[in-house]
Ligand binder design. Structure first.
Ligand SMILES: CC(C)(COP(=O)(O)OP(=O)(O)OC[C@H]1O[C@@H](n2cnc3c(N)ncnc32)[C@H](O)[C@@H]1OP(=O)(O)O)[C@@H](O)C(=O)NCCC(=O)NCCSC(=O)C[C@@H](O)CCCCCCCCCCCCC(=O)O
Length: 713
């Protein structure tokens, strides 16, 4: 766990606890023993602490409630022999706290530093909130601790966290350095004994404001700020007492459990399992050596960039040279932007673009491992493209389609290789968003799924396997939320009432601000297409589609030129086309009132609780139906999709975790209540799985056993 290597008067304590050298209880004990042994050995003059592979990524998250990292930090700092941290890889959380308790820090140029505690709902409560401001000053501490972000060695050096940055072996350098300082006085090297530079409250207000914006609804960042600030006004020992007292507040807030669940859910989601039993453990994917993307629109160029960034050579294909050139110009513009923002160098940009090829038509695609089709959502067009690709591409080429809702089986039916067809639902912008829904069709092979998951990870995404149904997991659940938002307006709310409740819940934007951003006309087009497919002609009086309640409010607004931000008016008034500040508008309210009057809908005052329940319960109910049908293989997958794809507030864990936290019996009863009131909305019919889980009080980790047992009946 911790190797003790004594050499030439230096004791090297090397943590060896894969995969990330977390400070599990036995590691802490072994470091403590090593320090004592070195302290007592007269031949040892100085000590180096390092980690095998990487330094230390922090406390073991499964084991954070045992507070001995603080004692360890005190032991290190009070050592009479100099202690040097040799840092490569990550010095995070408790690992960072250990590092700043050492008397000196030598870091490899690629090492990373940070306090990610806030993102798992806790504080750097092993003295970090007190030592760090004493090391770097209050302003930098109030910036870094509540942000949770990592910084590189160069910045750590500038801030005074690191004493020396090296290119070679940090451990060898640290050992050499430790030897050179043997016997030197350590008084001014003890971080806790330093005064806090810049302890003025001017930073505090700005830091609180930023934390409230960037970590909306989260308690830990705000507590970190107040503890670090208070500590800067107090002697170190008193600051530590404040830290410990406030740590209890966050440990018992409920957010810690949700955030730690989210951390592990995100790591569990790519680990796929199919109903047939094949899984990431049993089936290997085929690596993608080169690829083609069909369609140079927003999605196609975004997907191309995601692949190029991962070093995969891509051929971008269009049917028309004009569209192709437009797409390539957009892509080059985005890379030029990254160069000017210094995210990449010009050389890196040139290297990336050297892997881009372009083609008009599909003829050249005779030697690609993968084609991702990313044209607009039109089934007939997609089928035609797939049939053609099937004729041209080698039989082993994977043919994947980027779609947010269309039937993968129907697209696959246009080919002779349905086993190699799969849906890739990328989120906009595709080069940036972390989530990738990999949609398996009925005939998609396990090897194709394995390859898509491997591919997703390679291009820096969190890939989640989902089954084939309208909207897959994310959009299927979202549709219910969007429907209810419209119904709430019909029944008496204003757009700002509904948006306020959604935003108070933790979403960055409410449903109507989102719709104004994406365009009301897009939603109306979707509704009209749905109606057309059902053979129904929409008229102003239409209120049902296939027996299901629908709202044509968006259509009424679009008919009056309200398409959202782009036209300056949607559910809000933005002053001018492309305006960004939403203002409430009497005219829009008149349209809503008129719309309701024409349809004989009586408006009423809708209570806050009803708005919240009607927005979120249908999507939660749909989540349980998705589990019941095997569309998702575990609740963590659904939560990951919502956290990464739809900005669900992380401190509530995701919709499924949130439901569990509220209590499934309560959730089930409220859904039954609304089901009685809204017979024309199937999304209120309670999920049978939810009913069973609520009655049996099954813990979340065992939900899928109940789901599987039910599906076998
Ligand atoms: C390090 C990483 C950046 C590496 O990323 P990479 O992508 O390479 O790898 P993965 O993320 O996939 O991880 C691989 C593998 O490792 C697992 N894992 C990672 N980190 C941890 C961890 N810290 N603990 C456990 N397991 C970990 C991960 O799950 C993967 O496993 P798998 O099976 O899927 O392969 C990246 O991993 C990363 O960012 N990690 C998290 C780093 C982090 O968050 N560090 C901070 C930890 S918290 C901490 O350090 C706290 C300290 O400040 C001390 C606080 C003391 C508290 C004292 C409190 C006193 C008050 C008590 C009140 C009690 C009240 C009560 O309980 O009643």
């Amino acid at each position: 766990m911790v190797d003790y290597i004594a050499r030439d008067g230096v004791a090297l304590l090397q943590v060896n606890n894969p995969p990330v050298n977390a400070l599990s209880h036995h590691v802490r004990v072994a470091i403590e023993e090593g320090l004592k042994k070195a302290g007592q050995d007269p031949r040892i003059k100085s000590i180096v602490i390092s980690g095998k592979g990487s330094f230390i990524a922090g406390a073991d998250i499964k084991d954070v409630s045992k507070p001995t990292i603080l004692e360890l930090c005190d032991l290190i700092e009070s050592s009479g022999k100099p202690v040097v941290a040799a840092i490569k890889g990550f010095a995070l959380g408790g690992g960072h706290e250990i590092a700043i308790s050492c008397h000196y820090r030598i870091a490899h140029e690629k090492s990373k530093f940070g306090f990610p505690e806030v993102d798992i709902g806790i504080l750097p409560a092993a003295g970090g909130t007190q030592r760090f401001p004493r090391l770097v000053g209050l302003e930098a501490a109030l910036d870094l601790i509540p942000s949770g972000r990592h910084i590189g060695a160069a910045q750590a050096f500038k801030l005074g966290i690191v004493d020396k940055v090296v290119r070679g072996d940090a451990v060898e350098e640290a050992v050499k350095f430790a030897k050179s300082i043997a016997g030197e006085p350590l008084v001014d090297r003890r971080t806790s004994q330093r005064p806090v530079m810049g302890a003025e409250n001017a930073f505090l207000a700005a830091a609180v404001k930023l934390a409230m914006k960037k970590k909306k609804g989260m308690i830990a960042p705000i507590v970190c700020l107040s503890v670090s600030f208070m500590g800067s006004l107090l002697p170190f020992e008193q600051g530590i007492q404040v830290e410990a007292a406030e740590a209890v507040v966050v440990f018992t807030s409920g957010q810690m459990g949700a955030l730690q669940y989210a951390f592990f859910a995100q790591r569990a989601a790519p680990k796929w399992l199919l109903p047939c039993g094949a899984s990431f453990k049993t089936v290997k994917g085929r690596p993608i050596r080169n690829a083609a993307v069909i369609g140079a629109g927003t999605m196609g160029t975004g997907i191309t960039m995601a692949m190029l960034n991962a070093g995969i050579p891509v051929t971008l294909v269009e049917q028309d040279r004009k569209f192709l050139d437009k797409g390539v110009s957009l892509l080059k513009l985005l890379y030029a932007g990254s160069v000017s923002l210094r995210k990449i160098t010009q050389d890196q940009c040139d290297a990336i673009l050297s892997k881009l090829n372009t083609a008009v038509g599909y003829k050249s695609l005779t030697n690609v491992d993968l084609v991702i089709e990313a044209v607009y959502e039109n089934m007939a067009l997609k089928k035609q493209i797939f049939a053609e690709l099937d004729r041209i591409c080698p039989p082993e080429t994977f043919l994947w389609t980027n779609t947010s809702a269309l039937d993968i089986d129907e697209i696959a039916s246009a080919t002779r290789r349905p086993d190699k067809v799969l849906g890739t639902h990328f989120f906009v912008p595709a080069y940036h968003m972390k989530l990738l829904e990999n949609v398996r069709g009925k005939l998609t092979s396990a090897e194709t799924v394995a390859s898509a998951q491997m591919f997703g990870t390679r291009i820096g995404k969190i890939p989640v396997v989902v089954g084939n149904c309208h909207g897959f997991v994310g959009n299927r659940m979202l549709h219910k939320y969007v429907y209810e938002a419209d119904f709430l307006i019909e029944e008496g709310c204003w757009p700002e009432d509904v948006d306020m409740v959604a935003e108070n819940f933790g979403l960055p934007l409410g449903p109507f601000k989102v719709r104004d951003l994406s365009g009301l006309d897009i939603r109306v087009r979707g509704l009209l297409e749905q109606a057309k497919a059902a053979g129904i002609e929409i008229n102003p009086a239409t209120r049902f589609l296939n027996g299901e309640r629908i709202s044509l409010l968006s259509k009424s607004l679009v008919d009056k030129g309200h398409c959202g931000r782009k036209t300056g008016r949607g559910f809000y008034n933005y002053g001018k086309p492309g305006g960004k500040i939403p203002l409430n508008d009497r005219f829009i309210k008149d349209v809503i009132v008129e719309y309701c009057a024409e349809r004989g809908i009586e408006r009423r005052k809708v209570a806050y609780q009803e708005i919240e329940e009607r927005l979120f319960l249908p999507l939660i109910n749909e989540g349980f139906k998705i589990l019941e049908e095997g569309i998702a293989s575990k609740p963590e997958d659904i939560d990951t999709i919502w956290l990464l794809g739809y900005a669900w507030p992380r401190h509530t864990g995701g919709p499924m975790y949130y439901a569990n936290m509220v209590g499934l019996d309560k959730i089930y009863n409220r859904i039954c209540h609304y089901n009685e009131l809204h017979k024309h909305s199937a999304h209120w019919q309670p999920s049978l799985l939810l009913k069973k889980l609520a009655a049996s009080k099954t813990p979340m980790k065992d939900w899928m056993e109940v789901a599987q047992a039910s599906s076998k009946l």
